[in-house]
Design a protein around this ligand. Structure first.
Ligand code: MSP
Length: 594
């Protein structure tokens, strides 16, 4: 894949070089390559409606991840943005790792719920979808989301994939016709069993009554895959993550899988079933296949071979816990029937809540991301939700707490570390680093602290534990601030001997090298702030010391490297609140780092 991965030459060569001198050679050799790579990546993202190019066979170097395809019944809210921010951070981490990343997002545009929204507005469904899709794309831009492919389920090429898969599944004998009677939640677009509803057939997620439906439908023979799906989940502990969710899925599967209806007789807004055009394809069967259509150019068959050439299967499908059953049970069943490779992992995150209730369009209790980003910037929003909400669990938003956290970590810890050290470097060292960071002792406390955290942060990103990744990066900045406080280089510069001054300059070098490493580790979460830190430290934005994971090794700052005039890398939040003020109790919970 040319556009969104790293030049294979880079990865191949990097195997032959190790250690610091090798990094320097690499930097020299590959800077032009990296530059052109980034340029093409940028170009690709600007187009952002294409699919990845077919690539060579090295499947270990690819990374394909998806967000759910969002319903377009209404504009996106913070809950929908949450999955996408998380996916973007994971994608950016794997790009730092020089993987060939394909990050797919998009919209789920069919079904009753969307048709109803269009009807309420008095417009055609397609026109309604087009408008909402624009608002999703605009929000992703506002949040600096670097997706590679945006798939819409109303695209023609997607219909071809849906038809092809339906036919393959049919040929397997996995589709049959039957009558069905049950309780349907339009919000979930799903029939609900008795145990899945509250009293009076109320959906616990949407707090609205389900409706009784009786239909003649096509069914997918999920029950046939009972053993295979059970084996998949029992034998692969990492298939469903986190572990608590895996147990939930195991419970559903062990209870026995029932066939599910994959067509709707009463819903006109959908693709006609190839088996009977009077019925439309069930919106979930349609939407899940969007992950495949996203990878394929129009006209290319959804064969296992074609898909694998383009990055299939997904390394991670990121989903909210409400749609785990579809991804961890129905989706593997569909893929088994269609003869397509299964994803490596389904990671289910929790809900963002407001007043303890899932925030959602149907409930009307949404938090608008637009004003938050406009007031505080995308890095603040990305940082707060990824650091403060344990990825996998629910988390509540209160603006006062949000401001306290962002100020405490991005402004007072990381920002202040960089700015005070750069101020001292300007005043006392002519804005020039006195030595290579690599020349500092291998047992330097900041060097040791950084190395320990880099390993933990890498493991955290690999495991989608984004909160731990943010914590680990911040721990390095906290440690560096402490080191500067204890060393008090300002005193040595003022009244120390020449030797004291040299030691003080080395304190700044060590602290800023630690800040650089913290900033690279944090860059998947706070790309703009990290970019500003690199620039303030005198690096170009294409320097591998700042934009590859290799750059987290100690030794990026070089003797004689000059820094520009210090400017705050993250300004403290002092503007007015933009949502209803939160209670005082919330503010107290915000832990201010030492
Ligand atoms: N269209 C389906 C997905 C099809 S994927 C082939 C859908 N769409 S959705 O718009 O309702 O939800 C998309 C994602 O947003 C889900 O992962 C859902 O969990 C997430 N969120 C919606 N509200 C949320 C919160 N309040 N908090 C966190 N995420 C939530 O389901």
């Amino acid at each position: 894949m040319v556009c969104c991965g790293v030049n294979p030459a880079l990865t191949a060569h990097s195997c032959f070089f190790t250690g610091r001198s090798a990094r320097l050679r690499l930097r020299h050799i590959f800077r032009p390559l990296l530059r052109s790579e980034q340029f093409s990546r940028r170009l690709f993202r600007t187009a952002c409606s294409s699919q990845p190019e077919s690539r060579s066979s090295d499947s270990s170097n690819k990374f394909f991840l998806t967000t759910p395809l969002y319903y377009v019944n209404a504009a996106p809210h913070m809950g929908s943005a949450y999955t996408t921010i998380a996916a973007d951070a994971i994608a950016r981490y794997h790009r730092l790792r020089q993987k060939q990343v394909t990050f797919v997002t998009g919209t789920d545009e069919h079904g009753e719920k969307i048709a109803e929204s269009a009807r309420a507005k008095g417009v055609e469904p397609q026109q309604h979808c087009d408008g909402i899709v624009d608002s999703f794309k605009a929000l992703w831009e506002q949040l600096d989301i670097q997706y590679d492919v945006f798939i819409r389920t109303t695209e023609e090429k997607h219909q071809a994939v849906v038809n092809e898969i339906l036919q393959r599944v049919d040929q397997q004998g996995d589709i049959y016709r039957a009558n069905y009677e049950g309780w349907y939640c339009v919000g979930c677009e799903q029939y609900k069993d008795d145990g899945e509803m509250e009293a009076n057939h109320v959906c616990p997620l949407h707090k609205a009554p389900c409706v009784q439906r009786k239909e003649d439908n096509f069914f997918f023979r999920l029950s046939r895959y009972q053993q295979q799906i059970q084996d998949l989940i029992e034998k692969n502990p990492s298939f469903v993550q986190p572990a608590s969710r895996r147990n939930e899925v195991l419970g559903w599967v062990r209870d026995g899988l029932r066939d599910f209806s994959i067509s709707r007789a009463a819903v006109a807004w959908g693709f006609p079933m190839p088996q009977d055009s009077a019925q439309t394809v069930y919106v979930w069967f349609d939407a899940l296949l969007g992950y495949a259509s996203a990878l394929l150019p129009p006209g290319e068959a959804a064969s296992s071979e074609n898909l694998q050439k383009r990055g299939w299967p997904a390394n991670v499908h990121l989903v909210g816990k409400d749609i785990l059953r579809f991804h961890a049970v129905y989706w593997p069943g569909m893929l088994m029937s269609a003869g397509l490779p299964l994803p490596e992992k389904i990671f289910a995150h929790g809900f963002l809540t407001k007043d303890g209730m899932k925030m959602g369009k149907s409930l009307g209790n949404i938090l608008e991301p637009g004003p938050l980003v406009a007031a505080y910037g995308h890095d603040a929003v990305r940082f707060f939700f990824l650091k403060e909400v344990i990825f996998g669990q629910d988390g509540d938003f209160q603006e006062e707490r949000f401001r306290n956290i962002v100020n405490a970590y991005l402004a007072n810890t990381l920002g202040n570390l960089v700015n005070r050290c750069l101020g001292l470097l300007k005043k006392n060292c002519d804005s020039t680093f006195p030595a290579d960071a690599a020349s500092l002792d291998a047992s330097h406390p900041l060097r040791l602290a950084a190395a320990a955290e880099v390993a933990k942060v890498a493991a955290a990103y690999e495991a989608c534990a984004l909160h731990e990744a943010a914590d680990g990066a911040m721990a390095v900045a906290v440690r560096a601030n402490k080191f500067v406080d204890e060393s008090a280089p300002w005193t040595s510069f003022k009244k120390g001997s020449q030797e004291d001054k040299e030691t003080a300059a080395q304190v700044l070098l060590a602290a800023l090298e630690a800040a650089r490493i913290a900033s690279v580790m944090l860059s998947p979460i706070t790309p703009a702030t990290s970019g500003r830190i690199s620039a303030q430290l005198g690096f170009s934005d294409e320097d591998p010391a700042c934009n590859t994971w290799e750059g987290t090794a100690w030794g990026g700052i070089r003797k004689g490297q000059q820094v520009p005039a210090p400017q705050p890398v993250f300004a403290r939040i002092e503007c007015d609140f933009v949502t209803a003020p939160a209670g005082k109790a919330a503010a107290k919970q915000a832990a201010v780092p030492a």
